[in-house]
Design a protein around this ligand. Sequence first.
Ligand SMILES: [Cu+2]
Length: 682
Amino acid sequence: MKVFVLCTLLAATVAAWPSFDFGGFDGFQSDPSVSLTQRQKHVNKLLWKVYDHLKDTELKGIADSFNPESNTSQYSDRGAAARALAKELKENRLLKQHHWFSLFNPRQREEALMLFSVLMTCRSWNCFVNNAAYWREHMNEGEFVYALYTAVIHSELGEGVVLPPLYEVTPHLFTNSEVIQKAYTAKMIHTPGTFQMHFTGTKKNKEQRVAYFGEDIGMNTHHVTWHMDYPFWWEDSYGYHLDRKGELFFWVHHQLTVRFDAERLSNWLDPVDELHWDNPITEGFAPHTSYKYGGEFPSRPDNIHFQDVDGVARVRDMLIIENRIRDAIAHGYIERDDGTHIDIMNDRGIDKLGDVLEASAYTPNSHYYSALHNLAHVMLGRQGDPHGKYGMPPGVMEHFETATRDPSFFRLHKYLDNIFKEHKDSLPPYTREDLEFTGVALESIGIDGQLKTFFEDYEFDLRNAVDSAEGMEDVEINARISRLNHEPFSFVADVTNNNRGSVLATFRIYMCPRRDNNGVVFTFDEGHWMCIEMDKFWKKLSPGKNHVVRKSVDSSVTVPDVPHFQTLIDAANRGNFDMSEFTRSCGIPDRMLLPKGKKNGMEFALVIAVTDAKYDATQSNPEADEHGGSHAHCGQHGEIYPDKSPMGFPIDRRIPDRRIYDEIPNIKMEIVKVFHDDRHHH
Ligand SMILES: [Cu+2]
């Protein structure tokens, strides 16, 4: 077995990777010879039972006969990426199959990205599927799945393809060992079964009250997909620039953090405390989750002190990195590696800071600022075996699929979020002029319908969790989980437009918990940082009165349930595949748009701000275009972010004086209550 050495600075390895010429993408066009139905069929087959050898005759035939190096004209880089990967295979350097894979392991990531590069340089779908089938048989399964998902997302050849939900492709990372064990037994005795998945922990652990959030398969899919849409290793040479990636990193994690805190408040828990390198990690974690190959995820007891992790970082390093970033915020500039400065005392500062904190390959100075977030994930993942004495595999924190299960994820992100807050707090508060929308006034805002949450059952397919045996048919095996949902509702607003003509308005809707866990009402200056983004959209306002109704299901924060893998297979087999509304799975699950309420109602401040789209919208016709459905946290695929204003506007900066917000007619606040129905819906 190979031994992997982690570099101290993860980000530094990013810059050192070989770069290929991706040919600027001009020559890329959807391959007209291969229909979307056919491409979807291929992707389905490539991802079915990834831990088994290919059974499908077409793909197996390809895998047996295809030579990735033979026809170099099929690649935009004349086969350089394909040759590089083939060389690794020939020289026997590739990670074996049936071994765990972690993106945070530099060598494993390098291998996965070598395949990603091959797929990205393919000029035709044939090249893409031939390589995918070939490498599926020759590379580690985890690396293969990661490369295929990211390539389908980022290559034009993948357009229209719906990637199956990861929890039905690699179920081990989304359910627990108990359920997996039952699945194996069901398979062995050839008896169909549906197994209830319980949330990790026991009633003795109060963190279990909110485990439904961190272990929600839809929320996990959102998180892991966001990191595929905006990979930290992304370089523009792959084909395009990921607009406002650093700011999105801040915003998507900020929203996860504030949503988690709201769920805690609804369960009579205090908001999460931030992690600190000098303090013990209060919450331990027993994941009850195992790798398909590689054993159990390691546990961590309560209240352990951080230890240096061999080959990753010392605890001191983390403090030093943190201080350098805090210095940048205090100075108001980031220092590039050539010593020049990037001013961050403006709307764009948060984007730069996000690149630095994660760090992504966009960071201007990885030598100095390192990679606080990425290193912290690995540091936390290794605290159970910091010196590798017990040969434990990576912890749940080292996978985006599983990280939110561990309460320390939210501690870590609260800590990072507070660093971002320090920056936002250093900017001057918005003035009346920044917020005004001449002639436009919100007369009333409210909710149509009832804000009501409940838990319901949901089942997903576990067939891919178990191996197939020759001549033995699959039986139906499902996991049943309990998940949060809400009744549909609408936001309503009566808006007067006193301008002579119609105006295009940007609507921003937030819901902010009103009271802390002791019932004390938050001040504006405290509460604004806890606001949950509910929606953002554009609407033309006619002169006079306008009655605006916006359905919860249309929110630009959310996505619908990803269709089941079997649904995708059936749809592709029927022909004329078109499920374009499901092509993106980045976004808060629709059913979790509304934070959980309380039986007698939990108070939120509903905030609606209507501002002038003349200053906000980057697109000419934002009202007609839904920008891919979930643009608020996930941007618009391959294009610039549709909104020019900072994410979180107009409540992202401190509010020392709430009077402007009270007086200005185009921002309005109303107290609403979210109720929780205790009866479980089946
Ligand atoms: Cu994340």
